[in-house]
Design a protein around this ligand. Structure first.
Ligand code: G3P
Ligand code: CA
Length: 465
């Protein structure tokens, strides 16, 4: 049923096959260089076979010191427990199979929403950095060609010659060996090749000033979001800023709330804009998070500013609705917080209004756009939008960034903030690339990483006015 092909492992640069398997044809043990980390693997007829119907199976190949490489293999599902089961190429791994390792898997149902992905195995969990799907499902007995290119912190995963996954966040290990991993299926692997690519130097922080750490909706990992307790905990955690979301209540005052209704984060229901401040303040905005926060109220913007004033922690106010820019700016002015606040908004109209109302108040345009094109094209698009809003500050979803895009944005004179990053590896990577501010649910973690990053450089706060 399957063609008998020679398993080849080539290391270009050495210009010869590291292992020739002609002599091992028919042998049961894996060829030299391979190491079984888990499961039932065998080598036969010039191919590697694995049975992982009962539990996950993994093999590694190569050296922990390998940095940049291109891996190719033909992979065939032979039998699956169900069509969500997968086989994967492993990269940036450890020879002994320990975590973390990264992988590019395909499920039998490869066209599913998460038919393929870039995932990192952490101690006890998977961190899926990107989910993608192919146009065609895999079929039992039909080989598919997987190719992975790892260069610096960038990883690309190709299926049958088509780019499926690309991420600049392959940074859990600076170097590592390669391998295969399989879950809930029997599979065959042929024609495994590894080609070395030129080394790259590890990223060093590109900005002499420390990265600002903004607590997202307060210290929302531990306290109910957008409450005074979450703000106080953000200050205690050493955040340089505290982000929160605002709407106007029915009778005018600006209040903290992320959603347009109070349903998710309070014991009430209805639209924020259809409830008066008195009605909002009767709600319990803490119990949904934890019983110990019962009775926590919905704060007004004024209260939030008062809590932050003089602490050194900047108020980062996200305006979530149209028509309240003037009220927000006036509240900041009245609180005497112009020098300790910034505004962010997805709406270009709101950013433009705030810029016009109060040029002393820093104001960033928020975006989570999924952009395509070269780093230059992406940076051009973002810079044009910022210009239309009359601002030089952008606050981008971190998936919009790569070291190249960030460098291009800075070349265009933009101050670049990013949201919402909770993984310490990615936080550290973004800091090394030279990001100027990171919004996170874990300000404790990010503040510590920022201190370490600052120790490697020497500088002072960068927030520009
Ligand atoms: O800091 C920006 C970020 O808060 C935007 O997303 O949904 O959390 O308001 P969201
Ligand atoms: Ca927000």
């Amino acid at each position: 049923m399957f063609s008998v092909r020679l398993l080849r492992i080539l290391l270009v640069g050495m210009a010869l096959a590291l292992s020739s398997f002609a002599s091992t044809k028919g042998a049961q043990q894996l060829p030299a260089g391979w190491r079984i980390a888990a499961g039932n693997w065998r080598f036969a007829d010039g191919a590697i076979f694995v049975d992982s119907m009962k539990s996950e199976a993994r093999v590694t190949f190569g050296e922990n010191s390998w940095q940049n490489y291109e891996i190719e293999v033909s992979a065939t599902f032979l039998k699956v427990q169900n069509d969500s089961r997968w086989l994967a190429v492993v990269f940036r791994a450890a020879r002994d199979g320990s975590t973390p390792w990264s992988q590019f898997p395909i499920r039998l149902k490869t066209s599913d929403r998460s038919g393929s992905e870039f995932a990192v195995r952490k101690d006890k969990r998977w961190d899926v950095r990107q989910r993608v799907n192919a146009s065609e499902d895999s079929k039992i007995g039909r080989p598919r060609r997987l190719r992975v290119v790892v260069h610096g912190s960038n990883v690309q995963g190709y299926l049958d010659g088509r780019l499926l996954v690309e991420s600049p966040f392959c940074m859990d290990r600076a170097a590592g060996c390669v391998g295969l991993c399989v879950s809930g299926c029997m599979a065959r692997f042929d024609d495994f090749n590894v080609r070395h690519l030129p080394d790259t130097s590890p990223a060093l922080r590109q900005d002499p000033r420390p990265c600002e750490v903004i607590a997202h909706r307060g210290f929302s990992a531990v306290a109910p979001e957008n409450t005074l307790t979450a703000i106080r905990k953000a200050i205690e955690a050493g955040a340089s800023g505290c982000e929160f979301d605002v709407y106007a209540a029915k009778d005018g005052p600006v209040v903290l709330m992320h959603d347009s209704t109070v349903n998710r984060t309070t014991n009430g229901s209805g639209r924020v804009t259809e409830l008066t401040v008195a009605e909002l303040r009767r709600l319990d905005a803490g119990s949904w998070k934890d019983r110990r926060y019962a009775g926590e109220s919905v704060p007004t913007l004024e209260e939030a500013l008062r809590t932050l004033k003089g602490t050194g922690c900047q108020a980062v106010i996200e305006i979530k609705m149209d028509g309240i820019s003037k009220r927000v700016v006036e509240t900041v002015r009245e609180a005497g917080m112009l020098d300790q606040a910034a505004v962010i908004a997805f709406s270009p109209t709101v950013v433009k209004e705030v810029r016009a109302l109060e040029p002393r108040l820093p104001c960033a345009w928020l975006s989570g756009e999924k952009l395509k094109g070269s780093p230059t094209e992406r940076a051009d698009w973002i810079a044009a939008r910022a210009r239309q809003c009359n601002t030089n500050m952008v606050d981008l979803n971190y998936n919009m960034l790569s070291p190249e895009v960030l460098a291009e944005l800075k070349k265009r004179g933009l101050i670049v903030w990013t949201w919402t990053v909770n993984d310490s590896v990615i936080i550290d990577g973004l800091m090394r690339w030279g990001i100027q501010s990171i919004t996170t649910d874990r300000p404790d973690l990010a503040a510590e990483l920022s201190r370490h990053a600052a120790e490697r450089t020497d500088g002072s706060s960068h927030i520009q006015r």
